[in-house]
Ligand binder design. Structure first.
Ligand SMILES: O=C(O)CCC(=O)C(=O)O
Ligand SMILES: [Fe+2]
Length: 262
């Protein structure tokens, strides 16, 4: 039975809940109404219009590539880094007169984490944080992990002590679209043997996994943080559509800044 005992729900993000998530005392943390739900719907209407057909398609539509889509394409990579600051500025403009939800998240992490929080840089360039992901009816995200050092050979990322997926939900599906998280990790050693079968740590068959531990049906305005070393999936959206602003947060040490990218 799915007990959701590995889910922590908090009124506001705390240092303790972040430590619990990095240490896998839980697999997900939910902050209901992190962003005002009445602003969320209005913002989602604007963000749907920003979807860019020229960024990589796949399971969701977006306004900017994710890092893993640009690693082997120099022109996409250039566009990705060039988009980092315009992305922040556009979300501020679309959210005004309310705060940008991604600024609010980065400031909250800065206040709560001993070492603070900052945008991730790579080779001296800022990375985008807070991409829009629009999930249409019929789409789903298969069981996967997000582990940066499997996507980049940069030795710096090997030192990362943990990675979180952070999602703020602005529009949610009428049916389906739940976030499912397993209390289960495919280790780097295990992944090395199956990497060719599951590029990007994506698409593990459900029958190879234990029962999932957490199932979240997000509401507009919710923030959900997942330890992305745990296998997680987005159940098929069978009615309606779903829009998130999404990113990752890397922990390099408690006394160093969390680093944020998408
Ligand atoms: O959209 C979601 O609920 C989760 C997306 C995801 O896979 C992640 O944040 O790593
Ligand atoms: Fe993920």
């Amino acid at each position: 039975m799915l007990s959701n005992s590995k889910l922590i729900t908090v009124d506001s993000l705390t240092e303790q809940s972040l430590h619990d998530l990095f240490a896998l005392r839980c697999v997900a943390v939910r902050v209901p109404e992190f962003y005002d739900p009445t602003y969320s719907k209005a913002l989602s209407d604007l963000l749907y219009q920003e979807i860019d057909a020229s960024v990589s398609g796949g399971i969701y539509e977006s306004d900017i590539d994710s890092f893993w889509n640009v690693t082997s394409d120099p022109s996409r990579r250039e566009r990705y880094f060039g988009g980092a600051l315009p992305l922040q500025q556009r979300l501020r403009r679309l959210s005004a007169p309310h705060p940008s939800p991604i600024d609010l998240l980065r400031a909250t992490l800065d206040e709560r984490w001993p070492g603070g929080s900052t945008l991730m840089s790579m080779e001296g360039r800022k990375m985008p944080f807070g991409i829009t992901r629009a999930w249409r009816t019929g789409s789903e995200g298969l069981p996967h992990q997000d582990v940066l050092h499997r996507e980049s050979s940069d030795p710096e990322f090997k030192a990362m002590a943990g990675q979180l997926g952070v999602n703020i939900y602005f529009d949610t599906a009428d049916e389906g679209g739940e976030l499912e998280v397993w209390d289960h990790r495919v280790t780097d050693e295990q992944y090395a043997d199956i990497a060719e079968q599951y590029p990007g740590s994506y698409g593990y068959p459900r029958e190879t996994l234990p029962e999932s531990a957490v199932l979240i049906k997000p509401e507009p305005g919710d923030l959900v943080l997942v330890n992305t070393s745990c296998v997680h999936a987005i159940r098929k959206i069978t009615k309606g559509r779903r829009l998130t602003v999404s990113g990752f947060v890397g922990n390099f040490r408690t006394d160093l800044p969390l680093r944020c990218w998408s």
